[in-house]
Design a protein around this ligand. Sequence first.
Ligand SMILES: Cc1cc2nc3c(=O)[nH]c(=O)nc-3n(C[C@H](O)[C@H](O)[C@H](O)COP(=O)(O)OP(=O)(O)OC[C@H]3O[C@@H](n4cnc5c(N)ncnc54)[C@H](O)[C@@H]3O)c2cc1C
Length: 281
Amino acid sequence: MSGQKVWTTGAHLAAFGMLLARTNWDVPKHRGITYFALPMRQSGVEARPLRQMNGRASFNEVFLTEARVPHANVIGEAGGGWAVALATLAHERGLATARLAAVPPRGQGRTAREASAEAAEYAKTYEWYPQRAGRPDVVPSQARATGKDGDPVVRQDAARLAALERVARWNVERARAGRAAGRPPGPEGSLAKLCGSEIARAASRLHAAMTGAGAMLSGPASPLEGIVAEIIVSVPAGSIAGGTDEVQHNIIGERVLGLPKEPQVDVDVPFREVRTNVPRR
Ligand SMILES: Cc1cc2nc3c(=O)[nH]c(=O)nc-3n(C[C@H](O)[C@H](O)[C@H](O)COP(=O)(O)OP(=O)(O)OC[C@H]3O[C@@H](n4cnc5c(N)ncnc54)[C@H](O)[C@@H]3O)c2cc1C
């Protein structure tokens, strides 16, 4: 198969990619998509890392040029990839608050050491993710360090942030309890993701307000060794990656609050006939 996909996290290190490809153009858009486990280490796959504002390169543009996928790597039914994708995304959103870290070696042998080194290399992709989450954990210490801990507005915003974080944690715990009871992940993942974006933005605003113009400086000699600047440039990513805030609002509106579905004009027409501004094959 041939094509291109932007923003693929960790593709430069991955052995497999989750690939959703349209395999049938003559059925409505939610059908005719197939979910594949794509072997990444082949000549038909090129991952080009994207350099980010914070200097890191966790995401990639992936180019497929006649890439091959064994038939056994189809996940679920051919043409039934939408349902598998929804399950994947519900799990991803449920993980919104999880921390990814390097795994210590389990054993002394070469295999254990190499596996641990590989996991450590992979974990580097995510080492700035705490900044992307806004670092609410360092708000109190920064308030003291910047001398803003007596400022009534900072105190009020910090208290609001702490309350929001506490509520978000209860939501995550409720989701975990559901998982432990054998229930599949549901729309609570969207609540967790949306809360995560809100918390990150609120924390970023507070860091900027407490630090002042120095928040724009990066590098080891700048506020919190450049972490404040990294928070400010990284936080917007969380409102897009894994599904935008607007899409989470829709899911919560429709699946939690039972509000009417948003109007859709193209759910019953073959994908080939869906109106678009790009030329169709
Ligand atoms: C930092 C980052 C990391 C990412 N990592 C990955 C990754 O690892 N793997 C991967 O596959 N993808 C990844 N993505 C892609 C990401 O999932 C998409 O960018 C995201 O889901 C939005 O889709 P889109 O870019 O097609 O925007 P669009 O869907 O075109 O949306 C454009 C705008 O329209 C709004 N919009 C769209 N539909 C609706 C609607 N129904 N109702 C209201 N508003 C709507 C959106 O909220 C947005 O503001 C990443 C993106 C970023 C920024």
